[in-house]
Design a protein around this ligand. Structure first.
Ligand code: TRP
Length: 333
């Protein structure tokens, strides 16, 4: 039986944190075993904000290193750098001919960007969903692991694929849909009493995958808590519940039960809770951090991995593009 095809793009936007790892990347790692997976670093997409040449390379390398350290395995999936595939801009150009200004202007992410960066509303920004559709359609993917915020882009990928099929009277592209294992993913909260762990809440709120043991200790020590409750069985404040939720992920069950009971009995000591949580967090992340350091210094291995990914991705992309060229009527002389 041929496996279904999964495609997902990784934005090269600096260091990953625990929330990214447990929320998204660990999903990718599982999918490698069950599907034919293509994962790529979306560097063409990052051009919309005009990054400088040194930054772009460093960011791509960092993303690659961190995803490898989390367990993406180039033997099990195809892991490549988007700009290694000129087939993607070619398909993007073809799809652009049937993508209309009106529909593109109505996309929520475009409207948002147009509002926040009014002096850089370029054509690439407007056609971002077309490029994303090309990323997905080039491998004929049906499953796309992305968050809620990408649903509209996926709907457009279906629209553009179906439109191409209809116009050229060929069943080239299947319909891609959002996909994640288990809809209820573990919620990873931040350290400052807010909601889910997110870079936008500032550095103190997130635990980055490459934070040192000391940095982790400092951040957890400074995490927001509340006053020890006076009434037995008071429900924990959001901030304290967040720490208990983190403990659920990285610590032994008994430890979590101990601190939960201590809270209920009004004799919890936050200093102890934080100390235990910090040491367990450090142990939990140590293998990833070690691998980050290993991959970072192995340029030869990285270049081998990128080359391998490029070759595998080219094979699949060339096949699709040939079909598109033929459907359009481009013929060899
Ligand atoms: N737009 C996606 C994001 O912001 C990244 C992305 C680009 C992507 N191309 C893709 C995701 C193709 C899935 C499939 O996160």
């Amino acid at each position: 039986m041929t496996k279904e095809i999964v495609v997902s793009g990784i934005r090269p936007t600096g260091n990953l944190h625990l929330g990214n790892y447990l929320g998204a990347i660990s999903n990718f790692v599982k999918m490698q075993h069950d599907y034919t997976c293509y994962f790529f670093i979306a560097d063409y997409h990052s051009l919309t904000t005009h990054p400088n040449p040194t930054d772009i390379h460093n960011h791509v390398k960092q993303a690659l290193v961190e995803y490898l350290a989390c367990g993406l395995n180039p033997e099990l999936c195809t892991l490549y750098v988007q700009s290694d595939l000129p087939q993607i801009p070619e398909l993007y150009m073809m799809l652009n001919m049937h993508a209309y200004k009106g529909e593109l202007e109505r996309v929520a992410s475009f409207k948002e960007k147009a509002r926040t960066q009014p002096d850089n509303i370029n054509a690439g920004l407007l056609t971002y969903p077309v490029l994303m559709a090309a990323d997905i359609l080039i491998h004929k993917a049906t499953k796309v692991p992305v968050g809620k915020d990408q649903e509209q882009h996926l709907e457009m990928a279906r629209t553009f694929g179906n439109r191409f099929n209809r116009i050229y009277q060929k069943e080239i592209f299947p319909e891609p849909y959002a996909f994640n294992y288990g809809s209820e993913l573990v919620k990873i909260p931040g350290l400052q009493g807010g909601g889910k762990m997110s870079k936008s809440d500032g550095d103190a709120s997130v635990i980055k995958l490459n934070d040192s043991a000391d940095q982790i200790r400092k951040k957890i020590t400074k995490a927001v808590t509340d006053n020890t409750p006076l009434e037995p069985n008071t429900p924990p404040s959001v901030a304290v519940q967040n720490l208990l939720d983190l403990m659920k992920v990285v610590s032994e069950k008994e430890k979590l039960m101990h601190f939960t009971a201590a809270y209920a009995n009004c004799n919890i000591r936050y200093g102890d809770l934080k100390k235990e949580l910090a040491e367990d967090m450090i142990a939990f992340l140590a293998p990833i951090r070690e691998k980050i350091i290993e991959f970072q210094s192995d340029e030869k291995l990285l270049s081998h991995i990128v080359k391998l990914g490029k070759e595998k991705a080219h094979e699949s992309a060339d096949k699709t593009l040939m079909e598109c060229r033929e459907a359009i009527g481009f013929k060899k002389f």
